[in-house]
Design a protein around this ligand. Structure first.
Ligand code: ZN
Length: 349
């Protein structure tokens, strides 16, 4: 375990706002999960806030286009709305189809916007939809959002494991180059996924349960299994999963540090999960109180790590002894590696 700890033996002597800001400017920074309103295709009022990522030094973000029980129509409508909005603003944004797009965004001070899906209800009973979503810019999909579905178990349900249909969906995702994500998925199902996956598997936004015990967080053996596939664990910025509604940058850095010490910094990424429309979040949590109990921290006023905290997070990691190479990997280098190895090129549309 300590084999990975060498970066902790060589603390960076200077850790200041300036060194953190300079590193952020020079690095490709990629947040693998952000949440704009979904299933409200006519409401683009929050989208100008994507500027906050650019101002914080982020070059790439994946936005979710649906989750949980939402069906095909909601996902396609949200994709249509987000893609239309991004394409109309080429001076500030571009659609993220490949790792090259992220490099282009970084070089030109723009934000590359890609998409993700939280739960395979988006494909219903039709695995061929995976390649349609891929063509529309969806680059990862998690399997089951907290509750069981056709493909397998959710992390807050009686998980009965990966189904034969789930195997079909995974095979199709690997064929088209869409990344298999196991966040929100039940741990028994996740273990089944590791048995059948032939490509790197990610946890796009999941924290170590060794730091804070919560059904949404993941035990060390799953983190090791993920790293063994070549995948990454994206650290989540939601206070309920960081612990006791604590969204401090030091706490976020502590979660990063745990995973990096366990499996190496090359298997850690950012998946802030920042929710822009907090009213939508509060309304959803109260409507779904039966599956999102308050005792698990699902309640009004959940604190979140904002993109503006990235500088303080880099500083906190520098104080823990992380050098530039490891920080660059965590900030975006690892996701670039996966985009180059897992995604398959296709004609952007
Ligand atoms: Zn999520």
């Amino acid at each position: 375990m300590l084999a990975y700890g060498s970066h902790r033996m060589n603390p960076t002597p200077e850790s200041t706002r300036e060194t953190a800001a300079a590193l952020l400017r020079q690095s490709i920074v990629w947040d693998n999960h952000g949440c704009m309103p979904v299933a409200r295709p006519h409401d683009t009022s929050f989208l100008p806030q994507l500027q906050r990522y650019r101002a914080a030094g982020v070059s790439a973000v994946m936005l979710n286009v649906g989750f949980g029980e939402m069906g095909i129509e909601e996902h396609i409508r949200t994709l249509g709305s987000l893609r239309h909005w991004v394409k109309a603003r080429p001076d500030e944004y571009l659609l993220l189809n490949s790792a090259d797009d992220v490099e282009q965004a970084h070089a030109t001070g723009r934000l590359a916007v890609g998409f993700d899906i939280e739960g395979a209800n988006a494909v219903a009973d039709q695995p061929s939809l995976v390649s349609l979503y891929y063509d529309l810019g969806v680059r990862w999909m998690l399997l089951a959002y907290n509750r069981n579905n056709r493909v397998g178990g959710g992390c807050q349900d009686e998980d009965t494991g990966l189904t034969p249909f789930g195997r079909e969906v995974i095979a199709e995702m690997e064929r088209v180059g869409m990344q298999v994500c196991c966040s929100h998925t039940g741990h028994r199902t996740v273990r089944d996924v590791f048995d059948v996956a032939t490509r790197p598997v990610i946890f796009s936004h999941s924290n170590p349960s060794a730091v804070h015990a919560h059904p949404r967080n993941i035990p060390d053996d799953l983190i090791r299994a993920c790293a063994a596939t070549g995948g990454v664990v994206g650290i989540n910025g939601i206070g309920s999963f960081l612990g006791r509604n604590d969204n401090r940058s030091e706490t976020f850095a502590h979660h990063v540090d745990h995973v990096a010490q366990l499996v190496g910094a090359q298997h850690v990424a950012l998946g802030l999960d920042y929710v822009f429309d907090t009213q939508e979040l509060d309304d959803y949590l109260s409507k779904m109180a039966h599956t999102f109990p308050a005792e698990l921290g699902y309640e009004k006023g959940v604190r979140m790590v904002a993109p503006e905290q990235l500088e303080a997070i880099v500083q906190a990691l520098q104080k823990l002894g992380y050098g530039d190479a490891d920080l660059r990997a965590v900030l975006g280098g690892n996701l670039m590696r996966l985009a180059r190895t897992v995604w398959k090129s296709g004609a952007p549309i």
